[in-house]
Design a binder for this molecule. Structure first.
Ligand SMILES: *[C@@H]1O[C@H](CO)[C@@H](O)[C@H](O)[C@H]1NC(C)=O
Ligand SMILES: *[C@@H]1O[C@H](CO)[C@@H](O)[C@H](O)[C@H]1NC(C)=O
Ligand SMILES: *[C@@H]1O[C@H](CO)[C@@H](O)[C@H](O)[C@H]1NC(C)=O
Ligand SMILES: *[C@@H]1O[C@H](CO)[C@@H](O)[C@H](O)[C@H]1NC(C)=O
Ligand SMILES: *[C@@H]1O[C@H](CO)[C@@H](O)[C@H](O)[C@H]1NC(C)=O
Ligand SMILES: *[C@@H]1O[C@H](CO)[C@@H](O)[C@H](O)[C@H]1NC(C)=O
Ligand SMILES: *[C@@H]1O[C@H](CO)[C@@H](O)[C@H](O)[C@H]1NC(C)=O
Ligand SMILES: *[C@@H]1O[C@H](CO)[C@@H](O)[C@H](O)[C@H]1NC(C)=O
Ligand SMILES: *[C@@H]1O[C@H](CO)[C@@H](O)[C@H](O)[C@H]1NC(C)=O
Ligand SMILES: *[C@@H]1O[C@H](CO)[C@@H](O)[C@H](O)[C@H]1NC(C)=O
Length: 868
């Protein structure tokens, strides 16, 4: 790594000198220095540098052992473009590279020069490219010559370039495999590559920071009024467009250090517009809303707007049309910066933004976004699904229009980035374009809007199974930060300083034990990987044995720099050590020394609820068992809300935070975010305390994240989401689902209204749920999800209602068929396969008679409840 840094520094100096001699170009300032750069010239055995600041090195040491049959061959026609194009690595059979990289997000760039190489005819290049270890498909049955002909860029003839954002996990290598598509008709197919580049990027440039993100800047799903849409670490993305609006392209050498190139947007603007260039190069930009490496300074000094004639401007939308492959979800990033001397107050200029003709901003006000400061770049992000079969090219549209109430009747933008997100099968590849009619050269970009005959779909099914599971793994809690007033007394969380010594947290001794780091090491065999039972954004959870092996415990070792900082650590200890309830996980103790923050809990044999619902190899839980679990959780939450002196708001209720003990009793866990409300919770609404909106994406109460109203009803909302999760066996947000189904909450509401509730039921539960029971259960869930928190039932009411739902199910089962009602005990979670039923012995519920007498107004109350 050190050598890379030095290499990079040297390169930067060289480049600097080079650029000094070119007065027209500004001097590139490397604001960000990637700790890892591989620029590989495939097939080459010598080093060479290019003017863009890249130092290309040979590929042989990264080629896998199985790949030495591949060839290195020179291009028969040299490229006019400087780059890794003189030679290529080619093969008629599969070959692969494996790069020893550190964990974290990277740019992966592929460079192809589509020409004939010694013994390899240009038109036979036909292949797929996979990126491992999770087999993301980057290119599928890619006909390089066809793509080069159709998407020909006169500035870079026959050069094909692809950029991806990928994330490498701890201990993994970056593997890239090239696979020729050999078929009966195409027996001479080969795969080739000229250049591979890997550049590390800042962790949260494009991926969402699970810790500390202001909700204003998180990607918003287009056309859905739901939670923001985090870009998770396990997504791979392809850069489709990175456009500097209005001015010339910015070459890789003048990026902020990551070697990104910023193209011109001319080709994609479809309406009239006016350019402003070199705006106020005297004023220094202030990167207070985005990190200074987000985009080069110059990006923010050119823009496109509609012109100064407001009368005319009101008559059209400033429009971009970006051709994209259908059937994928896209991340759209819009860059803005206000430097116009005529705009000095928020509201002076505001405009509508439409993405795919859906209104995403009614009041886009750049000054408003940047705290009334001029020259502060901001980035707004949207996530949009383009429906289709992945075989056609459609336009993704971006339109802007002045808000009639705005003083200045104008709209403006500085840059546009668009990324394609992998589909659930791990695919990022689109179809090959349609061949051109006659002369295959010099044709503009938008040519293939008819159905093309790509073969992408063929192999999708094959890899579908293997990849989809991984994609959903570990939906890490996203914490959303927003500086506004929240009606919670935070002082309980702030009374601790941040001094760190050997274990003297001011936790009342006697309430919970203090462990030494030595004890923790003994308990976990020095944090042996073999003892890991859970992995999360916070760190690992180990199964450990304390007291000379007599007691099994769960040991949560917080990772440095995880979302669970010292504050959450103390918070959890203080809260949990005072709580005692069968449905709340017990804290046994903690360890706080040698830079370690460790929490020790009672061990939960059966893991978390989510791992028994979806994305799991575990047998899924029976309906009745799910109901009992929900009741347990509701009781635990009711205890938090009403059973202790002060109202405790958990703030992170979700299936992954519900643990199951060996008797399958549900226990609420993870109190890192819990807050103490006033004696009445809501009665403290008038108190203004600066704090942040936190919780997990997909479960957040809209009233909380939009209006900063935090009461125990926010837990009720999240609990409602969890009820739907339990019913449907899926995550609350699935980005690749068609729009209607993307948000579980929206979809459930839709199904309820249309009377098609059975559509959301987990296929594993088919036939298990009695119709009345399903209906009532859904009513309970939807009542928890009411927009207005005061309309949502209390946890106590919910416990009652769910018990009645369980009675409905029981009586219906008894009534109709008892044969399927075996009594396999639920004892061993790891091996249990008899989970489809459960014994009735552990709870005494009403019998048939009492069911008949259930007053229906218990449920109607949920629709029109009075506040307690
Ligand atoms: C970019 O921001 C970082 C952190 O805020 C700062 O240390 C650095 O000096 C900045 N770089 C430039 C070129 O302004
Ligand atoms: C190429 O450059 C790298 C460092 O940049 C050096 O380690 C290597 O020896 C060079 N290889 C050749 C063949 O010159
Ligand atoms: C790829 O495209 C070329 C035209 O550039 C064509 O001659 C060739 O047949 C195509 N190969 C396949 C497998 O479609
Ligand atoms: C704006 O455009 C309208 C219609 O073309 C024209 O009538 C009007 O004079 C223009 N106003 C200015 C200030 O240019
Ligand atoms: C500011 O407004 C004045 C008067 O409307 C106009 O002449 C000038 O061009 C505007 N300046 C900019 C930078 O738009
Ligand atoms: C701008 O685009 C939106 C979304 O397609 C549309 O509803 C609106 O009518 C358009 N406005 C004008 C003036 O064309
Ligand atoms: C996309 O937009 C461009 C420019 O408006 C247009 O020429 C092309 O036909 C559009 N493509 C599709 C598939 O609508
Ligand atoms: C917050 O809680 C502390 C201690 O729990 C108490 O002393 C203080 O008065 C409370 N503040 C408000 C605004 O209620
Ligand atoms: C903490 O313990 C370590 C060794 O166990 C010792 O070296 C260090 O001085 C202690 N720190 C404090 C603040 O007591
Ligand atoms: C563990 O064993 C040691 C020695 O066998 C003994 O001294 C100690 O008291 C035991 N600790 C517990 C908690 O049982």
């Amino acid at each position: 790594m050190d050598t890379t840094c030095i290499r990079f520094a040297l390169r930067a100096i060289l480049l600097h000198l080079l650029l000094l001699s070119l007065p027209k170009l500004s001097i590139a300032e490397f604001i960000y220095s990637p700790h890892e750069i591989f620029s590989i010239h495939c097939g080459s055995s010598t080093n060479f540098s290019t003017r863009d600041g890249r130092n290309w090195t040979p590929d042989i040491k990264f080629l896998t052992a199985q790949s030495h049959h591949s060839f290195a061959a020179p291009a028969l026609t040299p490229s006019t473009i400087q780059g890794p194009y003189t030679i290529a690595r080619l093969s008629h059979s599969q070959f692969a590279y494996s790069f020893p990289v550190t964990a974290g997000p990277k740019f992966l760039r592929l460079f192809f020069y589509s020409t004939s190489y010694q013994n390899f005819d240009r038109t036979n290049a036909y292949f797929s490219v996979r990126f491992g270890p999770y087999t993301y498909t980057l290119l599928q049955d890619f006909n390089a010559s066809l793509n080069a002909d159709v998407y020909n860029d006169p500035a870079q003839p026959d050069i094909l370039f692809r950029e991806y954002c990928i994330n490498i996990r701890e201990g993994e290598r970056l593997d890239i495999t090239f696979i020729p598509t050999i078929t009966v008709q195409h027996q001479d197919s080969y795969a080739f590559i000229n250049g591979i580049e890997i550049v590390s990027m800042p962790p949260f440039l494009y991926y969402t920071n699970p810790d500390d993100v202001d909700i204003t800047w998180l990607p918003q799903p287009v056309g859905l009024n739901t939670n923001p849409f985090p870009i998770e670490n396990n997504y791979a993305m392809e850069t489709k467009y990175r456009l500097r609006v209005g001015d010339q392209e910015i070459p890789a050498s003048q990026d902020t250090g990551m070697l990104r190139s910023w193209d011109v947007d001319n080709k994609y603007v479809t309406t009239q517009s006016v350019l402003s260039l070199d705006i106020d190069s005297g004023i220094k930009l202030r990167f207070t809303k985005t990190p200074n490496y987000t985009a080069p300074d110059t990006v923010y000094r050119s823009l496109r707007n509609m012109g100064s004639n407001g009368t005319v401007n009101m008559g059209f939308n400033l429009t971009w049309q970006l051709p994209v492959d259908s059937g994928f979800t896209y991340l759209l990033r819009l860059h803005f910066c206000q430097l116009d001397p005529n705009i000095s107050h928020p509201g002076d200029q505001s405009f509508f933004i439409y993405v795919q003709d859906q209104l995403v901003e009614k009041w886009a006000d750049i000054l408003g976004w940047s705290d009334k400061q001029k020259g502060v770049p901001v980035v707004k992000q949207y996530v949009v699904f383009i429906p289709g079969n992945q075989q056609e090219t459609l336009n993704l549209s971006l339109k802007m229009h002045p808000n009639p109430q705005s003083l200045a009747k104008d709209a403006q933008i500085n840059a546009i980035e668009l990324f394609k997100i992998n589909d659930p099968t791990g695919n990022l590849a689109g179809p090959n374009p349609d061949p051109l009619p006659q002369s295959p050269k010099r044709v503009p970009l938008e040519t293939s809007n008819k159905k093309s005959h790509g073969t992408t779909m063929r192999t999708l099914a094959a890899i579908a199974g293997s990849v989809s599971g991984f994609l959903l793994l570990s939906f890490i809690a996203i914490l959303i930060k927003r500086r506004k007033n929240v009606a919670v007394n935070e002082s309980s969380n702030k009374k601790e300083g941040t001094s760190r010594d050997n274990g003297s947290l001011s936790v009342p001794t006697g309430l919970c034990r203090h462990f030494s780091i030595k004890e923790m090491r003994t308990a976990t065999n020095n944090f042996d990987e073999l003892f890991v039972v859970g992995v999360g954004g916070f760190g690992n959870v180990y199964k450990g044995h304390i007291d000379n092996g007599s007691t099994t415990v769960a040991i949560k070792r917080l990772k440095q720099g995880s979302r669970q900082g010292i504050r959450e650590f103390k918070n959890e200890i203080e809260m949990l050590s005072q709580l005692r309830h069968p449905n709340i996980v017990s804290l046994i103790g903690y360890c706080y020394e040698s830079n370690e923050m460790i929490l020790v809990y009672e061990f939960m044999d059966c893991g978390n609820l989510r791992d028994h619902l979806y994305d799991t190899d575990n047998p899924t839980l029976s309906w009745k068992h799910r109901l009992q679990t929900c009741i347990g959780v509701a009781q635990g939450l009711d205890y938090l809300h009403t059973g202790v002196k002060q109202v405790i708001i958990h703030r992170d209720v979700k299936s992954a935070n519900i643990l199951l003990d060996e008797k399958w009793e549900a226990k609420v866990s993870d109190f890192g975010l819990a807050r103490i409300g006033g004696p009445m919770g809501i009665s403290m609404m008038t108190t203004s305390v600066n704090t942040e909106v936190k919780g997990s994406i997909g479960y957040l109460d809209p009233e909380y994240y939009k209006r900063n109203i935090l009461t125990e009803k926010s837990d009720v909302y999240s609990f409602g989401v969890m009820l739907l999760e339990v019913l449907s066996g899926r995550h609350p947000l699935l980005h690749w689902e068609e729009k209607q189904r993307m948000s579980l909450v929206k979809w459930a509401e839709h199904c309820y209204e249309k009377g098609i509730l059975s559509e959301i039921v987990d296929s594993e539960l088919k036939g298990q749920i009695k119709p009345q029971c399903l209906h009532k259960f859904s009513e309970v869930a939807l009542s928890c999800l009411l927009e207005d928190g005061t309309q949502r039932p209390s946890m106590k009411d919910i416990v009652g209602m769910l018990e009645l739902v369980l009675q409905l199910q029981d009586s219906a089962v008894n009534y109709e068929d008892s044969s399927s009602h075996s009594t396999v005990p639920l004892s061993d979670c790891s091996e249990n396969t008899g989970l489809s039923t459960t014994s009735d012995g552990d709870r005494s519920y009403g019998r048939m008679e009492s069911f008949v007498l259930i007053p229906d107004d218990v449920f109607s109350e949920t629709k029109n409840p009075k506040r307690r």
